[in-house]
Design a protein around this ligand. Structure first.
Ligand code: UDP
Length: 345
C-alpha cells in the first residue's frame, strides 16, 4: 500500500501542486483544508488530473482532535503543514488572526502528531525569516529576524520545531524556506487564485495582461540593484512541489531533520519579470513606478546548494517557463476557480 501523507492546507496554491507531485511519486495524499482561502473547485481539477477523487476532509488544523482522528484513521506516515495565513499587510492589521492560526495551528498539529506517534513533518517556512539580508545569495546560516507578524509566526514555528527536536529525538522534521513561488501546473487546470487584489507580483502581472487591472505598480525604482527595481528568487511552483516530495522521501528514508532554502539561486528584477512575461504571453503589461512598498528589501535570492546536497533536489524551470505556465492558467481561468470564497468575493 502506498504511504499516506497528510497535507494541511492541501487545497491551496502550493498544496494542490504538491498533491499532484506526491501522487506521481506513488504517495497517497490526504487533504485537510478549511477552504478559508481557496476554493473547493480545486478538488474537481485534482480528480481530472489524477483520475481519482481526492481524499479530503473539510476542517481546521487548529482542531487538534480532528487532526488526530485523521492521522490515526489513515495511518498517516508524514505530514506536510501548508495551512497558514500569508498576507504580510493583513498580518500587520490583524496580528491575532495570524498568531491564532499560524502558531495555534502548529501547536495543535504537533500535539495531535505526538498523541498519535506520527512524528515526521515538513513545514512551509519562508525566506521572510532572513529579514533584510546583509548580502546575497542567502545561505541557511544567515541570521534570522522578522519585520511583521506574519514573519514572526514563521520564526516562532521554526523555533517550536527546534525545541521539540531537542525534547524528543524521534521527531523528523524538514523545514523548507520558500523563496518566491510563481507559475502554475502545465495543464493550466491548477494555479494561484488570490482573493481580491493580488499582493504578489506575478498574479498582478497576469491580471493586468488579461485586462482585469489597468496597469502594474512597480514599487520602487531606486533600489541598489542593476535596474533599480527589487530583485527576487522566483521559483516555479512545480519545482517547489518536487522539493516537498524530496523532503518527504528524505525524512522517511535517512530520517535526519533539516532546514533548507527552496529557490533557484538566481535573482530577477521586477522589470526583468515583466519583460519575460511579455515575451512569453505576447501581451504588453503597462506599468508605472510607485513609491517603495513598506518592508520590502532590495534583493533576496537563495543559495540553494544545501537542498541539492541533502535532498538531491534543484529547481529546473526557467523564468520563461514560470511566465508561460502562469499565463496559461490565467487565460484559461480568468476568474480563477470561479467560486465565491468565504472571504471577500
Ligand atoms: N512588486 C511590485 N508590484 C506589485 C507587487 C510586487 O513592484 O504589485 C514587487 C515587490 O516590491 C518586490 C517584488 O515585486 O520587489 C516581489 O514582490 P512579491 O509581493 O511578489 O513577493 P515578496 O518578495 O515581497 O514576498
Amino acid at each position: 500500500m502506498s504511504q499516506k501523507i497528510l497535507l494541511t492546507g492541501g487545497a491551496g496554491y502550493i498544496g494542490s501542486h504538491t498533491y499532484l507531485a506526491l501522487v506521481s511519486a506513488g504517495f497517497t495524499p490526504v487533504i485537510l483544508d478549511d477552504f478559508s482561502n481557496c476554493s473547493p473547485a480545486v478538488l474537481d481539477r485534482l480528480q481530472r488530473l489524477t483520475g481519482h477523487p481526492a481524499l479530503c476532509e473539510r476542517g481546521s488544523v487548529t482542531d487538534s482532535g480532528l487532526v488526530q482522528r485523521l492521522l490515526e484513521q489513515h495511518r498517516i506516515g508524514a505530514v506536510i503543514h501548508f495551512a497558514g495565513f500569508k498576507a504580510v499587510g493583513e498580518s500587520v492589521a490583524q496580528p491575532l488572526k495570524y498568531y491564532a492560526n499560524n502558531i495555534g495551528g502548529m501547536v495543535g498539529l504537533l500535539q495531535a502528531m505526538e498523541a498519535s506517534a506520527c512524528r515526521t513533518l515538513v513545514f512551509s517556512s519562508s525566506a521572510t525569516v532572513y529579514g533584510d539580508p546583509a548580502s546575497v545569495p542567502i545561505t541557511e546560516k544567515f541570521p534570522v529576524s522578522h519585520t511583521n507578524p506574519y514573519g514572526h509566526t514563521k520564526l516562532v514555528c521554526e523555533d517550536m520545531l527546534a525545541a521539540l527536536r531537542v525534547a524528543g529525538p524521534l521527531w523528523r522534521m524538514g523545514v523548507l524556506r520558500y523563496f518566491n513561488p510563481v507559475g502554475a501546473h502545465p495543464s493550466g487546470l491548477i494555479g494561484e487564485d488570490p482573493a481580491g487584489l493580488p499582493n504578489n507580483l506575478m498574479p498582478y502581472v497576469t491580471q493586468v495582461a488579461v485586462g482585469k487591472r489597468p496597469y502594474l505598480n512597480v514599487y520602487g525604482r531606486d533600489y541598489n540593484t542593476p535596474d533599480g527595481t527589487g530583485v527576487r528568487d522566483y521559483i516555479h511552483v512545480q519545482d517547489l512541489a518536487q522539493g516537498h516530495v524530496a523532503a518527504v522521501q528524505a525524512l522517511l528514508g535517512k530520517g535526519e531533520s533539516f532546514t533548507v532554502n527552496l529557490g533557484t539561486g538566481r535573482g530577477h528584477s521586477v522589470l526583468e519579470l515583466v519583460s519575460a512575461f511579455e515575451r512569453a504571453s505576447g501581451k504588453t503589461v503597462p506599468y508605472q513606478f510607485a513609491p517603495r512598498r513598506a518592508g520590502d528589501v532590495a534583493q533576496c535570492y537563495a543559495d540553494p546548494s544545501l537542498a541539492e546536497d541533502l535532498l538531491g533536489w534543484r529547481a529546473t524551470h526557467s523564468l520563461a517557463d514560470m511566465c508561460t505556465d502562469a499565463w496559461r492558467w490565467q487565460q484559461g481561468n480568468p476568474e480563477g476557480y470561479g467560486q465565491a470564497l468565504a472571504g471577500d468575493r
